[in-house]
Design a binder for this molecule. Structure first.
Ligand code: M6R
Length: 609
């Protein structure tokens, strides 16, 4: 996720901007830049890579001035490069942007027709042209920002300065966090609290649709209709470390709670309810490839492999295409049958996992078309794939994947519907119904997260357990695997995920009163069958923790603890059933006092075999 820092006051601002951006470094970024009014014009400095590059450039050729904006960019549209780095400038204005402008292609075409040339691959540059053109046509900066944002669909935190009004900063927010802060004869805007804590603790959080005009002496707020209003400042007491985690105790917990927003980002701009169809942002395979498509091969590691397992069921059910799933480390060494007619889909949060990368290279060299599902823009996997469906989870800092997983699940659903429509197995009406259901998921997850404290109460009973069994069927079998993986990696408690039907073929021997068994049993086609597993566990004295559908009274009679999810169609259940399991693993680990964000022996990105 990108970082924003802006300053207007009496002090030289280059160092203030750089320091503020440095405080946001933990969020991850791939390029950085500043734009500062030097008394004559806005001077721009941008660098690919770490902030240290920008620092060196500013140290070598200082930019003097006390009005400026700065940005660290996490690429979403266009690769990490100096040209794609923010700020973007046009027509005497300069701006930084967090978020995604969904309709940027249409706006770019319109601006191109009016003679605008673009120097980057970003959606953000469109905003610079819209606002710059509006200022050139005679509007003041605040009006120009308001008019431009009315044309933009999607999400934005925008911070803009203009050579015509070099005493002010204009800020605007829509679905992307933005805070303004008031110091002594100076004001700030930032995407996140840590950036400004060294200067002031008096802040105002902007809400969706609001804009603000900042000068050294004042902050004026405007609602979505452009009417001025007042909001008292809040005095934040967070220490710098908890500010980085936005008040959450761990990054993992913060990332669990970010899932509703991140899923909205994954779906944004890709669903057309009118057509009952999906757009894959230009990653769509050519028609000839789709016409010849015989098989989909999903390959990944760890959590991403579990998303692939869910993807298999979704694609086979909705698109009726045979799907193979493999662990990348196995695929690459088994001389796999792969080639023309296969759609090879590597799934990876980091885009750098060595085994997945090697499997991709092998599939590519044998003639398969490669459509990657990845979180990190322009990482190694997207760079050598034919197309990439980005998951838009933002940087994931906790080693244990949470939001990366659920955004992969949503991407699997998008891919399944896309292929179903191409293959004619889904008509627009059915696709529309599926997509409408999918769009309700972020709100349902928000409600599920409210039960975090209740899950913690359940977790208290299990901190001394030595071993857990997780059982699920159908699309919830991969969730049993993922739930077990979450628990073992952060709590160091042994946990195994099993297909519930396999229980009596071996693991039943382990069950006694010391073995908690997590049974994922929401109402579904296979509910009654999972239910019989549950009875078998109870009969052997095992402690049962059930993930069940709200209002299921029957299950409450057999389970020791129940974590509920709302009723949902089978194919969407994984997006819900995983939430209480993430929380369960988190709370058990937290009460055990383990290093949750950096568990022992684990790395976030496994770039070696
Ligand atoms: O970056 P990738 O998705 O390719 O990483 C694959 C696995 O290393 C990863 O999913 C790992 O299992 C998770 N961090 C575990 O939570």
């Amino acid at each position: 996720m990108c970082g924003i820092m802006a300053y207007v006051g009496e002090q030289e601002c280059a160092e203030i901007l750089l320091e503020g951006l440095q405080k946001l470094e933990y969020r991850g970024y791939d390029s950085a830049g500043v734009a500062i009014w030097d008394g004559q014009r806005i001077e721009l400095r941008r660098c690919e890579g770490k902030l240290v590059n920008l620092r060196r450039s500013v140290a070598a050729e200082p930019i003097l001035g006390s009005l400026g904006i700065g940005h660290t960019r996490w690429a979403t549209h266009g690769r990490p490069s100096e040209q794609n780095a923010h700020p973007h400038t046009w027509g005497g204005i300069s701006l930084v942007h967090n978020g995604i402008i969904e309709n940027y292609v249409a706006l770019k075409q319109e601006l191109s027709a009016r003679g605008h040339d673009f120097s980057s691959e970003t959606d953000t540059e469109i905003a610079a042209h819209l606002i710059g053109a509006s200022v050139q046509s005679g509007h003041d900066l605040h009006t120009a920002v308001r008019l431009a944002t009315k044309r933009m669909e999607g999400s934005y935190a925008l911070v803009v300065i203009s050579e015509d009004e070099p005493d002010r900063i204009v800020a605007a927010r829509q679905q992307s966090p933005l805070v303004v802060a008031i110091g002594n004869g100076e004001t700030f805007a930032a995407s996140d609290i840590p950036a400004i804590l060294a200067h002031t603790r008096d802040v105002i959080f902007l809400e969706d649709g609001e804009t603000a005009v900042l000068t050294a002496q004042s902050v004026q707020l405007f609602d979505a209709d452009g009417l001025a209003f007042e909001r008292p400042t809040k005095h934040v007491l967070w220490d710098p470390i908890s500010a980085e985690k936005q008040g959450f105790k761990h990054f993992m917990l913060k990332e669990i709670f970010e899932q509703p927003d991140k899923l909205v980002d994954t779906l944004r701009g890709r669903i057309s309810l009118d057509r009952g169809d999906i757009a894959l942002d230009g990653a769509e395979p050519p028609k000839a490839i789709l016409d010849a498509l015989k098989r989909v091969v999903l390959v990944a590691c760890g959590t991403s492999y579990h998303a692939a397992l869910v993807g298999k069921t979704l694609i086979e059910q909705l698109a009726r295409i045979p799907v193979e799933v493999d662990l990348a480390s196995e695929f690459r060494y088994r001389d796999p049958l792969i080639g023309a007619g296969d759609l090879f889909v590597p799934i990876s949060q980091s885009g750098e996992t060595a085994d997945t990368l090697a499997a991709l290279k092998m599939a590519h060299s044998r003639g398969a078309h490669v459509l990657a599902v990845c979180n990190v823009v322009d990482s190694s996997i997207p760079r050598i794939s034919d197309g990439t469906l980005y998951t838009h989870a933002g940087p994931e800092i906790g080693v244990a994947s949470t939001k990366a997983f659920t955004t992969q699940l949503a991407s699997m659903m998008l891919l399944a519907v896309y292929l179903g429509r191409r293959k004619g197995t889904l008509d627009p009406a059915r696709a529309r119904m599926l997509l409408e259901d999918l769009r309700t998921i972020p709100t349902q997850i928000e409600k599920l997260l409210e039960a975090s404290d209740a899950v913690r109460e359940i977790a208290k009973h299990f901190i001394h357990a030595r071993s857990f069994l997780y059982l699920g069927r159908g699309v919830n079998y991969p969730i049993a695997l993922e739930g077990a993986l979450k628990l073992k990696e952060i709590s160091y408690i042994h946990a195994e995920g099993y297909a519930a039907g396999e229980m009596k073929h071996g693991p039943i021997a382990l069950i006694d009163e010391n073995m908690p068994v997590v049974v994922i049993a929401p109402k579904s086609e296979t509910y009654e069958k999972v239910f019989s597993n549950l009875e078998e566990v109870r009969a052997r004295g095992g402690k049962v923790l059930a993930v069940a559908t709200e209002g299921d009274l029957k299950i409450a009679r057999f389970a020791d603890h129940v974590m509920t999810i709302p009723a949902a169609p089978d194919y969407l259940q994984p997006l819900l059933t995983i939430i209480p399991l993430q929380l369960l693993a988190y709370h058990i680990a937290d009460m055990k006092g383990t290093d949750i964000d950096q568990p022992r022996n684990l790395a976030k990105s496994v770039t070696v075999e």
